[in-house]
Design a binder for this molecule. Sequence first.
Ligand code: SAH
Length: 237
Amino acid sequence: MIRLHVTPDLSPGVGVAPTLDQSRYLTQVMRLKLGDDLLIFNGRDGEWRATIAEVLKKGVVLRAEDQVRSQTLGPDLELIVAVVKKSRVETIVEKAAELGAARVRLTVTQRTNVEHVRLDRLDAIAIEAAEQTGRLDVPTVDDPLKLAAILDGWDASRRLMFCDETGGAPVGSAITQPGPWAILIGPEGGFSPEERDRLRALPFTTAVSLGPRILRADTAAIAAMSLWQAAVGDWER
Ligand code: SAH
């Protein structure tokens, strides 16, 4: 069944106007007609069965009919990733949404050499991935922030799984504590010795290895999230 992310609050009978792109997708790509069913969610009110209530020139109007699933939250996992080139950042955001991250925080490290990102595009990718996975929330994507600033403002109740390309503990044995976590992935140039020293000295950090091969940032992000999910996330439930 088609799943669409919408923004308004959802209640029985409420009319919802999707975006023009979504309207086109429903009528022109998926060929839905007046009265046809789909699923909608807004990240707050669970998942709803909706019908196409009107087909207008400027788009369709949906009507929320009944709630089919109540709102659930995924694991409290953040992915902090150095900005890398556009296509890789896009892959990372899509895979983070698929693998259950709640938030993607972009960061600028000493060896980051790309700074520009299109947040609107990344948000759209996160929404599409969430629609496809069946999850009921959409990960947020944050504007790039310097790594030092992220670490200065750290909430010490969250643990940090620092993926260190120079080596660390195996994830399976080092990551055993449930509760809020963040995963940190560096840029293509890796972390500077100064960054590595600071990260390793922080009380909330666990330095881990992703194996004996150096992975590209996008592969490293996918591998790290998968290992974290298998160790303490909702894959083990
Ligand atoms: N230029 C660096 C590699 C950077 S790879 C070098 O040649 O050493 C980009 C990021 O992916 C790294 O900063 C790290 O966070 C992660 N990563 C890649 N391979 C890894 C591994 N085997 N173990 C831990 N982290 C890894």
